[in-house]
Design a protein around this ligand. Sequence first.
Ligand SMILES: C[C@](O)(CO)[C@H](O)COP(=O)(O)OP(=O)(O)OC[C@H]1O[C@@H](n2ccc(N)nc2=O)[C@H](O)[C@@H]1O
Ligand SMILES: Nc1ncnc2c1ncn2[C@@H]1O[C@H](COP(=O)(O)OP(=O)(O)OP(=O)(O)O)[C@@H](O)[C@H]1O
Length: 290
Amino acid sequence: MNGWSAWPAPAKLNLFLRIVGRRADGYHELQTVFRLLDWGDTLRLRVRADGRIERHDALPGVPAEADLCLRAAHLLKEVAGSARGADIALDKRIPMGGGLGGGSSDAATVLVALNELWGTGLGEDALAALGLRLGADVPVFVRGRSAWAEGVGERLTPLELPPRAYVVLDPGVQVPTGPLFQAPELTRNAAPATISRFLSGAATENAFEPVVRARYPRVAAALDWLGGFGPARLSGSGGCVFLETGTRAEAEAVARRCPAEFAAWVAGGVDVSPLIAAVATFRAGASPSW
Ligand SMILES: C[C@](O)(CO)[C@H](O)COP(=O)(O)OP(=O)(O)OC[C@H]1O[C@@H](n2ccc(N)nc2=O)[C@H](O)[C@@H]1O
Ligand SMILES: Nc1ncnc2c1ncn2[C@@H]1O[C@H](COP(=O)(O)OP(=O)(O)OP(=O)(O)O)[C@@H](O)[C@H]1O
């Protein structure tokens, strides 16, 4: 042991996303279903006694002040008043700007893991509230349950969903979230749905899909190709798209046929984040790994 431990930062899919209003501060009220995946990034962390927070492998194009791992670590240190620091390394697999919540999940994992490693003792509600200051998608990763979400994504009702596999397709385009929420053609006043309508299969749309389809031809091409195998959907604000299948073998059969212009992989949906198991491992006195 060299003091490093490895912590999972899973990706998410939005199985449904509807925008039902806009708050006075310009943020949108939405309804969505977050499905956590058994696949994602890995954060490697090591406590430093000198109080410094150091990032070992900066992400291309992301300056330190925008790096969500660093912002999460500094925020926790400031709020909890910890004298300790951390070395942070990230094995990045989740495509950036893909609608899979990569940056948000990395931030949540840093908050949850450093809270353990520093012994700062914040509870889940406090960590989720800190996460919300970093991004609307962070709280679901802190709480670590697939969920029905309302508000800006922070009012969460855990869901137990049937076991499903997913083919996830990356068309290779980064879609920035902010401009999409500002798009004039976005439907932002839809009638609210209910959890039972989602569970019955009657609510599966993503409000961003028509906007992203029209603005990003490669995403439209990915939806069209994957749509040849079943109802393909956009995740979050895109650009990644996905298809739900009953078994991993079915998903793998589709992924194998993916044309070279896209990248495809297969992941399983989980009700509980692998981050929860990592915390339990750590509390049992072992070093988490993923
Ligand atoms: C599209 C989703 O990924 C669905 O899960 C989320 O709603 C977006 O979550 P996120 O990427 O964590 O978003 P943030 O980083 O908080 O916000 C990015 C920008 O999107 C806009 N934004 C975001 C969330 C929201 N409910 N309404 C908004 O209008 C804001 O202009 C904001 O400046
Ligand atoms: N650790 C990080 N991982 C990814 N992106 C980061 C990170 N830190 C900062 N960023 C910035 O955040 C932006 C959004 O990245 P992210 O991969 O979270 O997008 P996304 O999956 O589309 O998000 P969401 O689904 O939450 O809208 C990136 O383009 C990058 O500039």
